[in-house]
Design a protein around this ligand. Structure first.
Ligand code: TGC
Ligand code: FAD
Length: 394
């Protein structure tokens, strides 16, 4: 007769014992990134956010940690599983969405574009340095008049002999002014093409966007291309439609599914600790039913989001993950994280509005996360089209 194992005690920080669903190697990767975040991000990120700075030396530290393009094979990349990459994103975003963004844009957008759609020469030239964090990349798709609808972009590239002339403008570009190479998408005579534009190319300038109240520990820039002459080999040869950039977005959105669960966890942990310490009416506020209900719902959302991320990670590793699945993960987990952050902020009372605690920083960051990489509305419409068979974008 088989006997069931004894029930474990509930652990507030891993309520559903999700740890048990990870392999030893996955736990090791998660713990290594968690320790890096505790050492290099958490103690400083409140100041970076307040001062709106990103210490660029982090790039090479993240390269040494092995998280830049970690899910790609070859060219100095770690070749880790999608689940391991997701766990790294979760830990990085528990630190700050801006730091996870730096890693996502580098690995899932700029490096993935080159790895998936580039020539062998382009891969050899850029990927090893990008994996090491010696060269940062950025990904220019959005424009002032083309956000959710990237097909309406105005940036154009035309042939001039064997060269290309690139003209246009990109907006809201993460890592823009810090990047050694910009992956830029443009309409051409034969469809949407990607171009690699090195920093310093004549006619290519950047301007940082200031006064952001979100993602302040992350550089966001405008990219300007004034008839920039590029050699023929600057073009990514393997794709000539919107499928090129959209395939990269799938990768980055997948990382956000995990990252949002990390931001939510950080807010829950902060609220839980605060509620046990804070005394009002002679008792810790954690002893009041209204606060317990908030904490219970936060725990539910954090665990639900983590399980959803893990499920999508397993699907990606077995090759069955579709973009429509990723949309459900991005929509569900970012909305859940926003709910958790807003609720946690209230548990902290007045302390919830200062950068002495991580909660309002996460809450403000998540306002960008819910907008970039496809707004919540865009992902709802992707899911809507999948369940009804009717496209409602246009
Ligand atoms: P549509 O006509 O449906 O498709 C055009 C071509 O693309 C293919 N495709 C996809 N391929 C791969 N993955 C996907 N998810 C794809 N979705 C569509 C499609 O098969 C077709 O291929 P082909 O070969 O037939 O040409 O395109 P549409 O213009 O109707 O657009 C659909 C829609 C609205 C879903 C898409 O435009 C969209 O996702 N819009 C949102 C834009 C967006 O997310 N931008 C993000 C910019 S990057 C960013 O925000 C970085 S933030 C920093 C960080 O990540 O941390
Ligand atoms: P719009 O597309 O103008 O949308 C405005 C509103 O209309 C939204 O609520 C939207 O959901 C809604 N809407 C639009 N279309 C429809 C529809 N068909 N049906 C119903 N509602 C609709 N982009 C890059 O290319 N690279 C980057 O590195 C990058 N980094 C970013 C960093 C930050 C901090 C931010 C905030 C943005 C970044 N972006 C980047 C841009 C981001 O991808 C866009 O902001 C996003 O795609 C939305 O575009 P938009 O802001 O122009 O909003």
């Amino acid at each position: 007769m088989s006997t069931a194992p004894p029930a474990e005690a509930i652990r507030p920080h891993d309520y559903l014992a999700i740890d048990r669903l990870l392999s030893d190697e996955e736990r090791d990767i998660r713990d290594t990134v968690r320790a890096f975040v505790a050492d290099r991000i958490t103690p400083h990120v409140g100041d970076w956010f307040e001062q709106a700075t990103t210490p660029l030396e982090l790039a090479s530290e993240l390269g040494k940690l092995g998280v830049l393009g970690m899910h790609l094979e070859g060219y100095g990349c770690a070749g880790a599983s999608a689940t391991a990459y997701g766990l790294a994103c979760m830990e990085l975003e528990a630190g700050d969405s801006g730091i996870r963004s730096l890693v996502s844009v580098q690995g899932s957008l700029a490096m993935f574009a080159i790895w998936r759609w580039g020539s062998e020469e382009q891969k050899q030239e850029w990927l090893p340095r990008m994996a090491a964090g010696e060269a940062l990349g950025c990904f220019g798709l959005s424009e002032p008049d083309a956000g959710s609808d990237p097909g309406s972009m105005r940036t154009r590239a035309r042939r001039d002999g064997s060269d290309w002339i690139l003209h246009g403008q990109k907006m809201w570009i993460t890592n823009g002014s810090a990047a050694e190479v910009a992956v830029v998408w443009a309409h051409t005579e034969d469809g949407v093409r990607g171009f690699l534009v090195p920093k310093g190319t004549k006619g290519f300038t950047t301007q940082d966007i200031h006064k952001k109240m979100s993602l302040r520990a992350s550089i966001t820039s405008e990219l300007l291309f004034d008839d920039v002459r590029l050699p023929g080999e600057a073009m990514l040869p393997e794709v000539s439609s919107l499928k090129g950039p959209l395939s990269c977005l799938n990768e980055a959105r997948y990382g956000i599914v995990w990252g949002a669960a990390g931001a939510a966890r950080a807010c829950f942990e902060s609220a839980l600790a605060y509620s046990k310490d804070r005394i009002q009416f002679d008792k810790p506020i954690a002893s009041f039913q209204i606060q317990q209900q908030k904490l219970a719902l936060m725990a539910l959302e954090v665990n639900r989001a983590t399980l959803l991320a893990l499920h999508l990670g397993r699907m990606k590793d077995e090759g069955t993950l579709r973009p429509e699945h990723v949309s459900m993960g991005k929509l569900g987990n970012v909305n859940a994280a926003l709910e958790v952050a807003r609720s946690a902020r209230q548990v902290l009372g007045a302390n919830g509005v200062t950068l002495e605690y991580p909660v309002i920083r996460h809450m403000n960051n998540l306002e960008s996360v819910v907008t970039y990489e496809g707004t919540a509305d865009v992902h709802a419409l992707v899911i809507g089209a999948a369940v009804t068979g009717i496209q409602a974008f246009r």
